[in-house]
Structures are given as structure tokens and as C-alpha cells.
Design a protein around this ligand. Structure first.
Ligand code: SAM
Ligand code: SF4
Length: 545
């Protein structure tokens, strides 16, 4: 790893000044309760030396802003095609196919190659790219879609992101943190009533939901076990979507058994970042966020999820930013890049001024093309498409190679145990509005109709298939075999414990097909797999290879 390039004493002094400015930003009565505590607390968050050590020799970032800008304007001005040598405004199909060949070999694309694909306009070429993207997903991940639920635990926030309903200036938002008893009730509801086994817990950035609270909440979630029709259920993997933290705080999350650590950069375009995250807020520090996955890796967390919030700036810049981020992590951390990429689009939120500006709004066709591009550019990376999107868009996204979807989603605090109905959304109580209200069962049924098996498998990180091991397996396309078998076992559990008669029939047919295929393609695993499958039928739970 690179040594810090700045003098430690001076960077610490600068951090002290910045932290003081951030503390001043927290203005009563916006977060009346705990305001004083929040002012002191924010001063402890950013550690300047845990930014500086990751900068390049010239003190610069891995996001090469001039290069990204020139690639984006090049796409518009068709100089790409001149570089390409074809002299046309469209890259030649030969060049596109050459690049697709690299993706098919599960190699990530560089920025210039990504730009060539982005400059394609011909619909037939896009169709070919889409089909290639889907074939790559099948090669790396087979026909599995992993499912999870988000669990919002706190909506207090010291930040002022102009697009978010939780920003501190939004006095219309009912603020609270979910107590540990309620965390338990939410987990019981998620496991018993909704049939989930994987969560991503989500927090605003606030002393009330600092790392100690996160640790207690995760511990509580893992401790819950509920009886089911044929066995029992529990949450087996808790991912975290929270603000950037120091290496020390991240180590605490690793210790408690966090799955993936997710932080979205929102926008890689620094001027936009600084516009939508006002100066003087914790989130206003572009670099503290940009290097949070470096810190996570240094804290021993080798399973990280990056993302960009589409609609803040030019989508092409953000795609190039995501590729740059992934490649930077791979370069520095022994080939371990982002395990997942998220690509939310801006959704309606309460009192969020940014939403009035539609300059960079991403339409549906472009959104689906972004997914195609990401699958082609980082072929082995998981792609998450959340219920922010409508059911129709998410179904189409499956055909572009996404790997993870949430379902039965509620993002109001306490909404699972209150049994709030799927359509009962309240913009004053949640971060933004959702587009897909399908239940887990509805989603599973529709995916089954489309030939996909929903996987609840969480074996990977529990048997140490994370970090460079999982990345190697994904690149070699060997990950699919074990995960396929674990998908069948966990799907069996879900069908026996939760499926209604209406959905059961199509799930059974899918299991039979998957079983036959596994027997045929993976005979070497059958002696271990078949007894596990039989035990699962008889009510044993949480068996995996
Ligand atoms: N507060 C932490 C943070 O900002 O990193 C935790 C995550 S925040 C609760 C989850 C994510 O929601 C953000 O990273 C952002 O990308 C997304 N988000 C915020 N406002 C949104 C909106 N109006 N529409 C869609 N996504 C939004
Ligand atoms: Fe707070 Fe996160 Fe919302 Fe920004 S996006 S206001 S940091 S919850």
C-alpha cells in the first residue's frame, strides 16, 4: 500500500479545522434532540490521515476527472470513431465485437473500451450487447437471482444531501431510531412472515445510530430464530449500507459478522458531489467517501459494494467512475474489486430540492443500457436492482444480467412488524418512494416463470468464499456450481416453509429441472449434496456446501 504523501501533523490539524466547520453546520432546532451531542460527535468521524494515505504520488485521486470528461465529450463528438479508425460516427461492429469478446472471457474493460460501447447508437448493436450481457451473467452466475430485504433502522441524519428525505433540514420527517426490541420484532416479521434470510440494514448518519448501535442491532438480528411450517428460520447474512467510517469503526462491523459493506459514492463528479452535499457537512467531504472502501479493505472487510445515484450528473461519467473505482480496488487489493455495484435512480423524496432539476434524469431505455454496460464492463461483479424501480423495469433488468433484487420491500421504520401494507407508502416517513411493491412470493413466482431460481444462499462468506477466493471463482466461472446447489437447498427450504399452493407447483417444477441439471453437470458433488437435500426436506435447516 502507498505511504501517506502528506505530513501527518499538518493533515491532522486540517482535519480538526474541517471537523469544527462540520460541527457548526448542525443547527438547532433541526435535530433538536441530541444536537449538542451531534456537534461533538461529528468532530470524531473524519480521519484525514485515512484519506491521505490512499492518494497517488501527486496527491491526486484515482478518479481521473479530465480523462473522464474528455471521454464523455468524446462520445458526443464522435472522436471515438476517429480513434477507432473507421472515420464514422458509430464504432464499427468489428471493434464492438472485439470488445465483447473480452467481456465474454470475463475480463473487465478499460475506460476507452467502455467508452466505445457507450458511443454505440445502432439498436441492432445494442441488442447484440444486451444478449451478450445476459449470456455472461448466465456463464458467471447461472440462472440464480439472490434476494434480500432492506431494513431501515434510523432516519436521523446530520447531513444535508439535497436529494434525500432524511436530510437534516427536512423538518417534515418523523425522526427516530429503531430500539433493539423493535429490531427483534422487525427481524421476526421478516423471517416468519416474509420469508427473508438476507438483509441490508440502512442508517442515516447520526450519533444515535453510530457504529456501537449498528453492532448491537446486527447482533440482535443474528440472535433471532423463529419456527416455520417445517423447520425454523433466521437471518443468515446482514449487509450494511451506512456512511463511510474509519478503519477502527469498520473493524467493529467486521467483528460482529457484517456481510457486504455498501457505500454509494452518489456521484463521482466532484463539482456535482460538492453541490449536492453542502460544504461543512460530513458527507460534503468527497474524498472521505471515495476512499471508504480502501479503509474497509484495510479493516479486513473484503466484501464491498459500491454504487452511484443516477440522475445527479451525466450517466456516462458515473459508469466510467464505477469502472475506475472497481479497477482501483482490484489494483490495490490483490484483485479484489467491488463484490456488487448498485445503480439507483433518483426517486421522489420529501422536501428534496434536487429532484426538481431534471437535467440528468435517466430514462428507462438508458437505465437498461447502463445495466447492460456494467455487466459487459465488469462481467464478474454482482449487480443489484432495487425496488425503487417498477416491476416491469426490474423484470427487464433481469434480462440484462442483474444478480440481486429485494422483495416485499418496506422502507418505513418499523414497517415490517407493523405489517404496513405494501402499497402504504408515506413520503413523510421514508427516504423516498418505491416503484415495485411485489411480495417475495410474487417475485419468486414471476422469476420462476422466466426460468430463474431465487437463491437465499449465504454460504459463501460463512465458509470463507469471500475476497480474492470469490473473485477468482467468479472470474473462472466456477462459483456457479456450488452456488447452484446451495440455491436449490435454500429454495427447497423457502418452498416448504412459505410457498402458497398457487406458487408451489411452479416452484416444484423448477426444483426438478434444476436438480436434473445439477445431477447431469455436477455429478461429483451429488454424494454430499443429495443427503443434505433429503435432510432439508425433513425439516433440517441451513445446510450448505
Ligand atoms: N446515510 C448513508 C449514506 O448516505 O451513505 C446510508 C445510506 S442512504 C440511507 C442509502 C442510499 O439511498 C444513498 O446512498 C443514496 O444513494 C440513496 N438515496 C438517497 N436519496 C434517494 C432518492 N431520493 N432516490 C433514490 N435513492 C436515494
Ligand atoms: Fe443522510 Fe444518507 Fe440521506 Fe444523505 S443520503 S441525508 S447521508 S441518509
Amino acid at each position: 500500500m502507498q505511504e501517506p504523501i502528506t505530513n501527518k501533523a499538518s493533515s491532522t490539524a486540517r482535519a480538526a479545522v474541517d471537523n469544527q466547520n462540520i460541527a457548526e453546520h448542525i443547527t438547532p432546532p433541526l435535530i433538536a434532540e441530541g444536537t449538542v451531542k451531534a456537534r461533538d460527535w461529528v468532530k470524531t468521524i473524519i480521519k484525514q490521515d485515512q484519506i491521505d494515505r490512499y492518494l497517488d504520488e501527486k496527491g491526486g485521486d484515482f478518479i481521473d476527472h479530465p480523462l473522464l470528461e474528455s471521454l464523455v465529450s468524446g462520445i458526443d463528438q464522435a472522436w471515438i470513431s476517429n480513434l477507432d479508425g473507421s472515420g464514422q460516427t458509430e464504432p464499427s461492429i468489428e471493434r464492438v465485437r472485439e470488445i465483447l469478446e473480452k467481456s465474454k472471457n470475463i475480463k473487465s474493460l478499460d475506460l476507452a473500451e467502455a467508452s466505445v460501447l457507450m458511443s454505440v447508437r445502432n439498436p441492432d448493436t445494442w441488442e447484440e450487447m444486451k444478449q451478450t450481457a445476459f449470456a455472461i451473467k448466465k456463464k458467471v452466475y447461472d440462472n440464480r437471482i439472490v434476494t434480500f430485504a432492506p431494513l431501515y433502522l434510523s432516519n436521523r441524519c446530520v447531513n444535508s444531501c439535497t436529494y434525500c428525505g432524511f436530510r437534516q433540514e427536512n423538518s417534515g420527517m418523523l425522526r427516530r431510531r429503531v430500539g433493539l426490541d423493535e429490531v427483534r420484532r422487525e427481524t421476526q416479521a421478516l423471517t416468519r412472515d416474509f420469508g427473508h434470510k438476507r438483509l441490508v440494514v440502512v442508517f442515516g448518519e447520526h450519533p444515535d445510530s453510530d457504529v456501537n448501535y449498528m453492532v448491537n442491532a446486527i447482533d440482535t438480528i443474528y440472535s433471532v430464530q423463529v419456527p416455520t411450517r417445517k423447520g425454523h428460520a433466521n437471518i443468515r447474512r446482514v449487509n450494511v449500507n451506512a456512511a463511510p467510517m474509519s478503519i477502527e469503526r469498520l473493524s467493529q462491523l467486521k467483528e460482529v459478522g457484517m456481510g457486504t459493506y455498501q457505500v454509494f459514492q452518489e456521484t463521482y463528479h466532484r463539482p456535482t458531489f460538492e453541490r449536492v452535499h453542502p460544504k461543512g457537512t460530513l458527507k460534503g467531504d468527497y474524498r472521505w467517501r471515495l476512499y471508504c472502501m480502501h479503509r474497509a479493505m484495510d479493516a479486513g472487510i473484503d466484501d464491498v459494494g459500491i454504487g452511484a445515484l443516477f440522475g445527479l450528473y451525466d450517466w456516462r461519467y458515473e459508469v466510467l467512475g464505477l469502472i475506475s473505482h472497481s479497477r482501483e480496488l482490484e489494483k490495490r487489493y490483490n484483485g479484489i474489486g467491488a463484490h456488487t455495484i448498485s445503480f439507483p435512480r433518483l426517486e421522489p423524496a420529501s422536501n428534496a430540492p434536487e429532484l426538481e432539476d431534471k437535467t440528468w434524469q435517466v430514462d428507462d431505455q438508458t437505465f437498461l443500457r447502463i445495466i447492460t454496460l456494467l455487466r459487459l464492463c465488469v462481467p464478474y461483479t454482482g449487480l443489484i436492482c432495487t425496488a425503487r424501480e417498477s416491476a416491469a423495469i426490474r423484470n427487464a433488468a433481469v434480462g440484462r444480467g442483474i444478480t440481486q433484487m429485494d422483495a416485499s420491500t418496506r422502507i418505513g421504520l418499523g414497517a415490517y412488524s407493523e405489517r404496513r401494507g405494501a402499497g402504504e407508502q408515506d413520503i413523510e416517513k421514508q427516504q423516498f418512494l418505491l416503484g415495485d411493491n411485489r411480495s417475495l412470493e410474487e417475485l419468486i413466482g414471476e422469476l420462476a416463470d422466466m426460468g430463474h431460481i431465487t437463491s437465499f444462499c449465504t454460504a459463501g462468506y460463512r465458509v470463507g468464499r469471500t475476497g480474492d477466493r470469490i473473485m477468482r471463482m467468479l472470474r473462472d466461472c466456477t462459483e456457479g456450481s456450488l452456488c447452484k446447489l446451495n440455491a436449490i437447498i435454500t429454495f427447497r427450504e423457502w418452498v416448504d416453509d412459505f410457498a402458497s399452493d398457487a406458487v408451489k407447483a411452479k416452484c416444484e417444477a423448477l426444483i426438478q429441472r434444476e436438480f436434473a441439471e445439477a445431477k447431469n453437470k455436477l455429478p461429483q458433488f451429488m454424494p454430499k449434496f443429495e443427503p443434505m437435500y433429503q435432510k432439508t426436506i425433513h425439516g433440517c435447516r441451513d445446510l450448505y456446501l
